[in-house]
Write a protein that binds this ligand. Structure first.
Ligand code: SF4
Length: 387
């Protein structure tokens, strides 16, 4: 593969050469191997067009809209493509919402004084609660708990019970349009139930109807999952503000113990930074011959962290995205790779064995073949789990 296609970063290209020399299976070679006729980007034309389906035992089926070639059940290529897109939307919404659930659990436990975190953005909490119609006259902790109760009740509304979060936060003009088109959602769990059920063989094969269901789910996800998630993370960990940050593979120094929280959820990553900033933890690293202990941010977990917290000599920098994950691990500088609910690759155990990395899933969603050690994140145990 051409150098620029491996990466525009010289750092990644150098590690690619190293992992090739080490005989490691890697994303660039695997991508190329999926190609056809010597073209790494060429794949099965039916798959590329989204006009293939293997949802039931009458398939796999292929479709061609121009020739009115349909699946065995009679679904068109348009229906197949949109149905698969809706299923992908469900997976995305579900995973985003999993993150949101963990954030609300963390906020609730923090309001009860049971985590190593604090409610640091009180103004944001009060403004957000106020916009949702929640009383803000009590203590900060009471407001936070009422907010958690309010959003969790909304997540659990049936699909035919209009979401109060969307009602409170969306612009009036949009709400009117959504109501006219039957796109105004209920609770996200009900929306995911309806969307998933629509995709079974012989339920909804009409691409327009499937597209409308995808839009309705996306409104539920944007307001109930993403907005609630980011606002509540801001309340606990601080508002994102522009600041300088070290980036790329050069942030990994072999003279230090490097702990890398990886995934989407920043909870244990922040708890690790708080611990690593204590002299006691730096001394532990020095006692085993390192210059110190550093927490290095990765991927979306890292983005959640670096946008909110400034770098220093402990929270040292940010590596990059998951496409370069094997390059990160192949530097040989990683001591701990703590994997929360997304973006840790199934191939990671091979890299952990080769480059002597402690690979630990820290979410009940994540699992690796051959890795038995795990920590399932619990907000009340965040400090103990980070240690
Ligand atoms: S659902 Fe229809 S298109 Fe899909 S595999 Fe079954 S028969 Fe084929």
């Amino acid at each position: 593969m051409e150098k620029d296609r491996i990466s525009y970063h010289e750092s990644v290209r150098r590690v690619y050469d190293r992992i090739k020399k080490d005989g490691m299976n890697n994303i660039w070679d695997r991508y190329e191997a999926q190609g056809m006729g010597g073209n790494p980007d060429q794949r099965c034309t039916f798959c590329m067009g989204g006009v293939r389906c293997d949802l039931c035992s009458n398939g796999p089926c292929r479709a061609d809209v121009a020739k009115d070639k349909r699946g065995v059940c009679g679904i068109t290529g348009d229906g197949m493509a949109m149905r698969m897109m809706l299923l992908r939307n469900v997976m995305g919404a579900s995973t985003y919402h999993y993150h949101t659930e963990q954030t609300i659990k963390t906020l609730r436990a923090t309001a009860r004084g049971k985590t190593p975190f604090n409610i640091i953005e009180r103004d944001k909490l009060n403004v957000f609660a106020g916009r949702l119609g929640i009383a803000t006259s009590g203590t900060v902790e009471e407001t936070a708990l009422a907010l958690c109760d309010f959003v969790e009740a909304d997540f659990n509304r049936k699909a035919d019970e209009p979401s109060q979060i969307v009602e409170a936060l969306a612009p009036d003009e949009r709400k009117k349009t959504w109501k006219n088109l039957d796109l105004f959602p209920g609770g996200i769990y009900g929306e995911m139930l309806n969307a998933t059920s629509s995709c079974l063989t012989n339920v909804d094969g009409y691409y327009v109807s499937l597209a409308l269901k995808a839009m309705r789910l996306s409104i539920a996800m944007a307001y109930q999952s993403q907005i609630v998630n980011e606002y509540c993370q801001d309340i606990i960990f601080g508002l994102p503000r522009p600041h300088k940050m070290r980036v790329d593979l050069g942030v990994l120094d072999p003279d230090y113990v490097n702990a890398l929280p990886n995934g989407h959820e920043p909870f244990l990553g922040f708890a690790m930074v708080q611990l690593a900033r204590k002299p006691e933890w730096q001394n532990k690293a020095r006692a085993v011959g390192a210059k110190g202990l550093r927490v290095i941010a990765n991927i979306e977990t890292g983005q959640e962290m670096v946008q909110r917290w400034e770098m220093d000599d402990v929270f040292y920098g940010f590596t990059g995205n998951w496409i370069m994950q094997e390059a990160v691990l192949g530097t040989g500088c990683v001591d701990l790779f703590a994997c929360d609910m997304n973006c840790s690759m199934p191939v990671d155990p091979a890299y952990a064995r080769k480059y002597k990395i402690r690979l630990v899933p820290v979410s009940d969603l994540v699992a690796f073949e051959g890795v038995a050690e795990r920590i399932n994140y619990e907000p009340e145990k965040a400090e103990e789990q980070a240690a």
